[in-house]
Structure formats: structure tokens, C-alpha cells
Design a protein around this ligand. Structure first.
Ligand code: GAR
Length: 220
């Protein structure tokens, strides 16, 4: 059996993306092992999920650091100690510094609950509704020095429905997050992903999506 990709997952919240990654590692569709789960939030549900799966956890509370760099250095050291190949941000609600990115060049990925470059930043599901967007979705991307600006690996699209609340839209997006994030990590584990400027090249290529979507439907 070839070596499993060692990943470090950073999460601040409930950890449903972490759970999806754990589940895919367990059922063998993701050839990775989670070396460590790190949170900045002592109350993160992600800690329980990792604990139940027998994964090493670490809480590094950002409130104990006066400088962002010091917090990042501490997280970077923990990830290096765990000897991770890839850093996976899964609902990690801290902006990471260039020092962090330099420690893991093209080895930090994030999932964002919108179709970037639309709606970067926080609380984006209500923004998509307020804007009147007809579609939203999720984006898996490499992390660069900006906020949600790095090269895009994979996106999934969902419709925004007339009676959506932020919660119903977030749930519809989350369902896609749970499918796309493990799949994107698997492509990296297979060594099929490289970055060329803004383009992410996948070789051998995955079949492209060939369906166009119109919302509301033109058939009615
Ligand atoms: C997910 O929707 C993720 O895309 C988002 O936080 C949620 C975490 O859910 N991430 C961001 O907004 C990053 N800026 P989870 O804890 O259940 O995985």
C-alpha cells in the first residue's frame, strides 16, 4: 500500500467538514490519515469528533497570544511536529499570516461557503441571499496571502431558493462541502494537483462538468 497523505486539520466550529474527511478516511475513499486536529476554540465540536475517532487533538487558543504571528508560529510548530504533508482549513475562522503560508507552500487548502470570487470573508450565506444571487455554492482553494483569494481547485453550485433563510442555504451548501472537500484532498493525495499561476491543473484530468444550470428554470 502506498503511503497515506498526512493531513493536519484546523477547525474552529462544529466540525462537520472534519467529520466528512474522517468518514472518507475510514471508508477508504480518501487515502489520507489525519495526524492532528488543531482548534483555536476550546468549545469547538470538532474536538469531540476528532476525539471519538481517536485522532490527536490540540487546542491553541488565539486569545492567549497578543500577536497574530506568535499564534501562527505555535500552530505551524504543532503541524511540523505532527509531520503533516497538507494543512486543511475546515471552518477555521482565523486569517493566517504569510509566515504560516511560507511554512507550507502550496500545501494549505481551505473550503469557503460561496462561489469565489463572489462573497469572500465571513457570514457569506446571508450576503448571497441579500444580494439576490440565484446560485451559490462552495469553493475548495489553495490559501495564499489574501482572504479567500487563492487558486481554485474545485467548486460546487447550489441554487438559492425563494424561501431560503441563511440556515437553509448554508445547509444546502454544506451538503456539497462534505462531498467536494474529501474529493479535492484525494486528488492531492494522488499527486494529481499542481498550481500554475491562478490555474490549478489536475492531471490526469477529471471529467469536466458538462451541465449548465439556469435558476429559475426556463422550463416553466
Ligand atoms: C463551513 O461552511 C465552511 O465552509 C465555513 O465554515 C463552516 C464550517 O462548518 N468556513 C468559512 O466560512 C471559512 N471562512 P463545519 O465546522 O461544520 O465544518
Amino acid at each position: 500500500m502506498s503511503k497515506l497523505l498526512r493531513i493536519g486539520v484546523l477547525a474552529s466550529g462544529g466540525g462537520t467538514n472534519l467529520q466528512a474527511i474522517i468518514d472518507r478516511c475510514m471508508d477508504g475513499t480518501l487515502a489520507a490519515e489525519i495526524a492532528v486536529v488543531i482548534t483555536n476554540n476550546p468549545g469547538a465540536g470538532a474536538l469531540d469528533r476528532a476525539g471519538k475517532a481517536g485522532i490527536e487533538t490540540l487546542c491553541i487558543n488565539h486569545r492567549n497570544f497578543s500577536q497574530r504571528e506568535d499564534f501562527d508560529n505555535s500552530v505551524v510548530k504543532a503541524l511540523q511536529d505532527a509531520d503533516v504533508d497538507l494543512v486543511v482549513l475546515a471552518g477555521f475562522m482565523r486569517i493566517i499570516t504569510q509566515t504560516f503560508i511560507d511554512a507550507f507552500p502550496e500545501r494549505v487548502i481551505n473550503i469557503h461557503p460561496a462561489l469565489l470570487p463572489a462573497f469572500p470573508g465571513l457570514h457569506v450565506q446571508p450576503q448571497a441571499i441579500d444580494y439576490g444571487a440565484r446560485f451559490s455554492g462552495c469553493t475548495v482553494h489553495f490559501v495564499d496571502g489574501g482572504v479567500d483569494t487563492g487558486p481554485i481547485i474545485m467548486q460546487a453550485v447550489v441554487p438559492v431558493l425563494p424561501d431560503d433563510s441563511a440556515d437553509t442555504l448554508a445547509a444546502r451548501i454544506l451538503e456539497q462541502e462534505h462531498k467536494t472537500y474529501p474529493r479535492a484532498i484525494q486528488l492531492i493525495a494522488e499527486g494529481r494537483v499542481r498550481v500554475d499561476g491562478r490555474q490549478v491543473i489536475i492531471e490526469p484530468a477529471c471529467p469536466p462538468a458538462l451541465t449548465s444550470l439556469v435558476n429559475p428554470s426556463i422550463d416553466g
